[in-house]
Ligand binder design. Structure first.
Ligand SMILES: NC(=O)N[C@@H](O)C(=O)O
Ligand code: NI
Length: 163
């Protein structure tokens, strides 16, 4: 059974960045009225591609969830930031030719935390916990395929239990 662990900058390092203000460095801007939590994550795109900003509106899958597939974006990073104040789940595996079932990890992301998957990191499509939840998504826009999907064989039973 795959149980989500708390999402922290340190624990997520093999997969990308955590976008959050809590306990992060900042400097003051706008004449002292604003804290700038600077460069919490960086976007990665291949030569000649651009970075776009989207909103994903997602509905929860049913849990416990049989993780049947993971995907990766070989040409660029992909960041998710919750917009409506809800926690969500993140399921990832390290970059590699195919995702290794034993290396799959799940994280419980707080509503104040975003994630930035580095290019090539295997991840499950967005896992909302609240109906019609919305996320700001920053990712790559360019020519060519930027989404590889990998489906596990029937015998591989990775079950995500959120609580
Ligand atoms: N396919 C798509 O745009 N969404 C996925 O990449 C995802 O990570 O949710
Ligand atoms: Ni994705």
């Amino acid at each position: 059974m795959l149980k989500p662990e708390p999402l922290t900058k340190e624990s997520f390092t093999p997969f990308g960045d955590v976008i959050e203000a809590e306990n992060r460095d900042y400097f003051m801007i706008n004449n002292g009225s604003t804290r700038r939590y600077h460069k919490l994550a960086t976007t990665q795109v291949d030569e000649g591609s651009g970075v776009i900003i989207n909103i994903f509106q997602a509905t929860p899958l049913s849990y416990p969830l049989h993780i049947m597939m993971l995907e990766r974006h070989p040409k660029g990073s992909q960041a998710f930031m919750p917009l409506l104040g809800n926690d969500y789940l993140v399921v990832v595996a390290p970059p590699g030719e195919v995702p290794e079932p034993d290396s799959i990890r799940a994280f419980h992301a707080k509503a104040s935390q975003g994630v930035n998957y580095h290019r090539g990191v295997w991840h499950h499509p967005v896992l909302a916990l609240t109906p019609n939840d919305q996320f700001l998504v920053v990712d790559r826009d360019g020519v060519g395929n930027n989404c590889d999907e990998f489906f596990f064989s029937e015998q591989i039973r990775v079950i995500l239990a959120p609580n």
